[in-house]
Design a protein around this ligand. Sequence first.
Ligand SMILES: O=C(CO)[C@@H](O)[C@H](O)COP(=O)(O)O
Length: 223
Amino acid sequence: MKHLIAPSVLSADFAHLYDDVKMINESSADWFHVDVMDGSFVPNISFGFPVISSLQHYARKPLDVHLMIVQPERYLEEFKRAGAKILTVHYEACTHLHRTVNAIQELGMKAGVAINPHTPVHVLEDILAETDLVLVMSVNPGFGGQKFIENTYRKLRALKEMRKATGTDFLIEVDGGVNSHNALALLKAGADVLVAGNSIFSAEDPAEEIAELKKIRIDILEA
Ligand SMILES: O=C(CO)[C@@H](O)[C@H](O)COP(=O)(O)O
């Protein structure tokens, strides 16, 4: 499978959001990555339903919504209405993760489970068969532009092994500090989806940066 690129809207210019949405639409990106933060699960507040609903009207690619909020099960229907196609909740934020994953899928969305840098991948063992995507945080969630945590490579490799051993087919997404320098190694370690915020939006030509990330050839890597 060709890997996917999901620019993180958190790093966009909110005063000119439509321009950045248009840029992503016209680029070789695959998804819009949309970070929702509540100031409780993470020490930052981003945006909520009105912004995501507006995005849904202009984005021509799926909205990959990453919830960094406590008790995300309270808002699943609202995120569905706001346009989420993939809805990812944190392992650390859900008391009944299995129920929440099933509820997301029953609403017709793909369900993702995210883990923080300190959370080992083995805790996901009994949810892997149910989930469509695992998001590995490679920075502590809450802010764009942070330094990539190197231990992430080990986690990606372990997840890829677990997927093979269990015959499951979830996507592996990596999020935080991703750029054109580490993308190749991340894909090699097991990532299927690269989320990138700062490296794309601080580039002189963001669409070109997306193209750089997209054109990496996995088939050559695996040969
Ligand atoms: O979820 C988050 C941050 O909590 C990420 O999606 C960041 O927005 C990624 O930004 P960069 O690290 O690529 O700047």
